[in-house]
Design a protein around this ligand. Structure first.
Ligand code: NAD
Ligand code: ZN
Length: 383
């Protein structure tokens, strides 16, 4: 089959790789019909992780089941399913407690948590390919309703960014009527804004410097803050009598940079501390890494962040962080889509055949204007 293979920093190619097959009786094989490029792929694409050359990218996957193992009881051939980016067994101590983001079985011993096509997240191939092996299929695959084939660009967001945006508002403790400030208006930040809106936040501020992304946030009622023009902390303080937002979401991660492009891995974390109120909560879903050999300075190379813990402590704030437990939310978010309460596809800018993945990676990585979210369609003809 064809798949998007990582070769070296900023070099992905569409190559022939072996078809996945049923390896355990609990597996299913899914023919991928929609698979997104994610900001998480970009950390790997840029060579800022230990992702191995030759491996296949893709953890935001949707498709049709074409084969199931003998022990699969619920999932049937022909079902349209969403595969959470977390690979999880369903029976370990963490999965039993809904912590499928830290499954104890799916990665190598000593590391909790696994994902498809992801650095340090186990051996699982990615789904930017014609087919994907989904292990523990009865537990991991979420069946989609009858409108799934027509509304793939909505449902494909269930595998990662819609639950992840939602999770950041959960960790931020967002309650109806609260105000929230979100750093990052990439796909994840936009989904955090959508989630905050669905949860009836009274005001949603979102900080970025890309006008096209800020415009999408405005379309759902968020208040854009262009940090290349104004100080986002002061802006929020001015609108809250100097106190700050009730809560905050970090949707950028360790490659946070100033509008000129200079990286500071503490930038958004420190700004959140300053623009969230005393006792406010912060949900950090942007990725941070234990080692970052290509970071701009020695301290950051060790994965360390010069974080303003003093002010964070003084303000009595709390913070949640880590990968999103997609399964905790995807069933209900599926119902919100099916019930026409939201259309997360509003951020999709490009639907492309797999063959065009190299140019899509290049443009999305450069955050070229108009490249907000790419959905690859492996069944779409390249011509
Ligand atoms: P993205 O790179 O497309 O978007 C990030 C946005 O942040 C960009 O628009 C960029 O302009 C903006 N930005 C950069 N520095 C900034 C700063 N200092 N202040 C304000 N905005 C800034 O990526 P994405 O797909 O939206 O993903 C965002 C982060 O979420 C990534 O780190 C990704 O790996 C992570 N992620 C985490 C999970 C999880 O489960 N925790 C899941 C998916 C993605
Ligand atoms: Zn993702």
């Amino acid at each position: 089959m064809k798949a998007v293979v990582y070769r070296s920093p900023r070099d992905v190619r569409v190559e022939q790789v072996p078809d996945p097959r049923i390896e355990k009786p609990t597996d299913a094989i899914v023919r991928i019909t929609s698979t997104n490029i994610c900001g998480s792929d970009l950390h790997m694409y840029e060579g800022r992780t230990s992702f191995e050359p030759g491996r296949v990218f893709g953890h935001e996957n949707l498709g049709e089941v074409v084969e199931v193992g003998d022990a699969v009881e619920k999932i049937k051939v022909g079902d349209m399913v969403s595969a959470p980016f977390n690979v999880s067994c369903g029976h370990c101590r963490n999965c039993e407690r809904q912590l499928t983001n830290y499954c104890l079985t799916a990665n190598t011993p000593g590391i909790a948590g696994a994902a498809y096509g992801f650095a340090d997240m186990g051996p699982w191939q990615g789904g930017q390919a014609e087919y994907l092996r989904v292990p523990w299929a009865d537990f991991d695959a979420l069946r989609l309703p009858e409108d799934a084939r027509d509304r793939q660009n909505d449902y494909v967001m269930l595998s990662d960014i819609f639950p992840t945006g939602w999770h950041s508002t959960e960790m931020a403790g967002l309650y109806p009527g609260d105000t929230v400030v979100i750093y990052g208006a990439g796909p994840v930040g936009l989904m955090a804004a959508l989630s905050a809106t669905l949860k009836s936040a009274s005001r949603v501020w979102i900080v970025d410097r890309h006008p096209d992304r800020l415009r999408l946030a405005e379309e759902i009622g968020a208040i854009p803050i262009d940090d290349s023009k104004v100080d986002p902390v002061q802006f929020v303080l001015d609108q809250t009598n100097g106190w700050g937002a009730d809560c905050g979401c970090e949707c950028v991660g360790y490659q946070a940079h100033d509008p000129m492009g200079q990286e500071h891995n503490n930038d958004t974390l420190d700004k959140l501390v300053r623009s969230v109120k005393f006792t406010g909560r912060i949900g950090t879903v942007g990725v941070y890494v234990p080692q970052d050999p290509k970071a701009p300075d020695e301290f950051e190379k060790q994965g360390k962040v010069p974080f303003d813990f003093g002010l964070h402590w003084f303000k009595g704030q709390t913070q949640g962080a880590g990968q999103c437990p997609v399964k905790r939310y995807n069933r209900n978010l599926r119902s919100l889509i099916h019930g026409n309460k939201c259309t997360p596809s509003w951020i999709v800018s490009h639907e492309l055949p797999l063959e065009r993945a190299p140019e899509a990676y290049k443009a999305f990585d450069a955050r070229e204007s108009g490249w907000t979210k790419v959905v690859l369609k492996p069944q779409m003809s390249a011509s």
